[in-house]
Ligand binder design. Structure first.
Ligand code: IPD
Length: 276
């Protein structure tokens, strides 16, 4: 089995450098541009941090490939091949970043043969660096992580996201899903504004399950591995195997909780990330 530790350590090193850029920009007023909807935001810092990360990785690993949120937004094709590929969200939680709501993360996943080998999520303002390498456990600032192990949905604190979709079907599905889950009942439902950090909260045991429809592979590729390595499960919202391109995810403390959520919620249609 190949050892990707050197690449992971380099990923952590450049994420620390990128955090400095984000911290500086966080405090000042930003020019905001729109992407797919009035709630899908991007700033010059998202673009700058992505360029910074990709050029640093390219200089060290010239044959590696990239899937970057802002490169795809700028028209680059999203193709995951078997080659070593870095999947990057330079700022997960851009709307938080714009408003100075203090949860923004750099998310970096690294896949080979379409399998995630390591994931890094740096929650910049909190200064929490989550990481996991396949088969080697998950950590936050070097402290080992473990999910809550909760099996009973009625004792669960859930996390979800409202997302950037604003069409009628997406809004109706999202609100009725919240309604169905509260009716079970669960202890509560939270939303932090960054899918990557939301999922990492499951890996710490601070919440028991997360579900989301409509996010992209760069939002959750790294944190999906972090949850699995912390002992959690990650599946599709329809109950099938997790597919990072399908834009649907449930991450949970146990399979029984994940299946109960899958039973309760519905998905609205989303184009796959890798649709040509
Ligand atoms: C978004 C965040 C948000 C989620 C959206 C994502 P971005 O990522 O993760 O929490 O609800 O679906 O697109 O655009 O801030 O990188």
């Amino acid at each position: 089995m190949a050892d990707w530790t050197e690449c992971m350590n380099y990923g952590i090193h450049i994420a620390r450098e990128a955090r400095e850029v984000i911290l500086h920009a966080f405090r000042i007023k930003k020019a905001v541009m729109l992407k797919s909807s009035p709630a899908d935001l991007v700033t010059e810092t998202d673009q700058r941090v992505e360029r910074m990360l990709i050029s640093a990785i390219k200089a060290k690993y010239p044959h590696h490939k990239f899937i970057g949120e802002e490169s795809v937004a700028a028209g680059e094709k999203l193709i995951l091949t078997d080659s070593p590929t870095w999947i990057i969200d330079p700022i997960d939680g851009t709307a938080n970043f714009v408003h100075r709501f203090p949860f923004v993360a750099i998310s970096i996943a690294f896949a080979v043969n379409k399998q995630t080998e390591f994931g890094i999520v740096y929650s910049c303002i909190e200064d929490k660096l989550y990481s996991a390498q396949r088969g080697r456990g998950a950590f936050c600032n070097d402290i080992p992580l473990a999910t809550s192990g909760q099996e009973d949905i009625t004792k669960c604190l859930l996390v979800t996201e409202i997302g950037a979709e604003r069409d009628q079907l997406a809004l109706a599905t999202m609100t009725s899903n919240i309604h169905r889950l509260l009716e079970i009942p669960v202890h509560g439902i939270r939303a932090v504004g960054t899918a990557a950090v939301d999922m990492c909260l499951i890996s710490t045991g601070g919440a028991d399950a997360y579900y989301h429809i409509g996010m992209h592979c760069w939002d959750i590729a790294a944190s999906a591995l972090i949850v699995s390595e912390a002992g959690g499960v990650v599946i599709d919202t329809n109950g099938s195997e997790f597919d990072m391109m399908a834009r649907r995810v449930i991450a949970a403390s146990s399979m029984s909780v994940a299946r109960r959520i899958a039973q309760a919620i519905q998905a609205f249609p989303c184009e796959r990330d890798d649709d040509p």
